[in-house]
Design a protein around this ligand. Structure first.
Ligand code: ADP
Ligand code: MG
Length: 429
């Protein structure tokens, strides 16, 4: 419209607008980089804080409050610097935009008045121009501000979007097969497995566990025992080879179907911050109270639970922090008993128990193992000497296997050596 009344003024406004947009785009782009840095620093601060809080025992134990304080201060310093940097830059942007507007106002008025003086335009056009100028300022200013804000929101969202975009490591098959796990025959066939970019845990590893067989796994820590149970539950997928249960590849069925057929007691069980009865019942939500209590009795958990003033209604604290390691393990075993699945996997399930409680639980576990396929990982060889077969694993390979008595006869055998160390330890103690 302005060009219609005065080509020169219209052109000035157009050139100014283009310049203004160019400058704003430049600032917004630069600021985005700074916002990204700031939001990364912000995440790090939160991370450092959370890490320090979860490690509060370590902080006390090593009297390292001052060290932690300065470590956290370093993180907040970086965040402060980056935030300040982003803010200053934004102010610089506003300043530039302000100058731009002021210069334009001067140039525009000067041009308009000159044109009016030599009679090219009327006073009305000057007023018209003023109106357009102010409108452009306002729109330009707001667009600049909002763009900055939108980009800032993008910067903050980026980390979350990056997480969303990570491919899901273990997913259900598109057309899952009907789960046919009944007896629980396990066949691990020439699997290779590596955690992330780490070193190989298994290469061409095979292990067959017949339905109803009880297998004990022993071996030095880091040899891959826990990894076998994780792969069996499909917490991770093998890179090659396959794992079959009752002839069915576990990758071909739904994860939930698979896991509902395996009772698993992990190395370090974690509980919900709920009551004990809720925690045990978690294995089978529709279980009646008397069944839950029966399972707790079998797992010898009832003994310590009944000592609490609130018994089964006692809250266990976050992650089960209010229970001792052995108590948590007994709750986890009670869960496994209640779950009543055809396959049982115990990963150092009794490692935190004293020998006496363990002896009692062995009894319960022996009953539980009846007619179930069982994999038991244990350091204490007394725990697994009754197994149908003992498999010694080292560096992701089976180095020996057989019954307790057979393995003891192997000259210079690994198992024999382990046994001697443990038995010797008991003898001299
Ligand atoms: P263990 O026989 O003591 O149960 P694991 O099966 O837990 O041994 O571990 C086998 C190897 O895999 C170890 O070298 C360990 O460092 C590595 N490992 C275990 N869990 C992970 C993980 N989540 N990410 C990366 N590496 C892991
Ligand atoms: Mg382990």
């Amino acid at each position: 419209v302005l060009t219609y009344f005065s080509t020169i003024l219209g052109m000035i406004l157009l050139v100014w607008l283009l310049l203004y947009i160019g400058v704003t785009a430049f600032f917004v782009k630069k600021k985005f980089q700074k916002d990204l840095l700031e939001s990364a620093a912000n995440s790090r601060t939160t991370g450092v804080l959370a890490d320090a809080v979860t490690n509060v025992l370590n902080v006390k134990m090593f009297a390292s409050q001052a060290r932690e304080f300065s470590y956290f201060a370093d993180a907040t310093d970086i965040e402060e610097k980056r935030r300040r940097d982003a803010w200053y830059f934004q102010n610089l942007q506003f300043m530039f935009q302000g100058y731009f507007i002021a210069i334009f106002e001067l140039v525009g008025i000067f041009a308009a008045v000159s044109l009016w003086l030599n009679g090219s335009i009327s006073a009305g056009t000057i007023v018209l121009m003023q109106i357009y100028i102010f409108t452009s300022f306002e729109v330009g200013w707001n667009i600049g501000r909002n763009f900055t804000r939108v980009m800032r929101a993008f910067a903050e969202a980026k980390e979350m979007v990056d997480i969303f975009e990570k491919p899901i490591a273990v997913s259900d098959p598109k057309q899952p097969e009907e789960c046919r796990i009944r007896k629980g025959e396990i066949e691990i066939k020439q699997i290779s497995f590596t955690y992330g970019k780490g070193s190989k845990v298994f290469r061409d590893f095979s292990l067959r566990v017949k339905a109803g067989e009880k297998v004990g796994l022993v071996g030095p820590s880091g040899s891959g025992k826990s990894t076998i149970t994780k792969l069996l539950l499909r917490f991770a997928d093998v890179q090659s080879g396959e794992i079959l249960i009752d002839g069915q590849n576990i990758a071909h069925i739904r994860q939930n179907d698979l896991r509902s057929q395996i009772a698993y007691v992990p190395q370090d069980p974690i509980l919900f911050h709920r009551t004990l009865i809720e925690n045990i019942r978690y294995a089978r939500p529709d279980a009646a109270d008397k069944d839950v209590i029966r399972a707790a009795k079998l797992a010898h958990a009832d003994e310590f639970i009944s000592l609490f003033p609130q018994g089964y209604d006692t809250l266990v604290g976050e992650r089960g922090i209010k229970l001792s390691g052995g108590e948590r393990q007994r709750v986890a075993i009670a869960r496994a008993i209640l779950k009543d699945a055809p396959i049982l996997a115990l990963d150092e399930a009794t490692s935190s128990l004293d020998s006496e409680s363990e002896m009692y639980i062995q009894d319960a576990l022996a009953k539980l193992m009846k007619k179930r396929t069982t994999i038991v990982i244990a350091h204490r060889l007394s725990t697994i000497m009754q197994m149908d077969r003992i498999v010694v694993i080292e560096g992701g390979r089976i180095v020996e296997q057989g019954k307790h008595k057979e393995l003891l006869k192997v000259k210079q055998g690994r198992y024999q050596k382990l046994w001697e160390i443990q038995a010797g330890g008991f003898a001299t103690a």
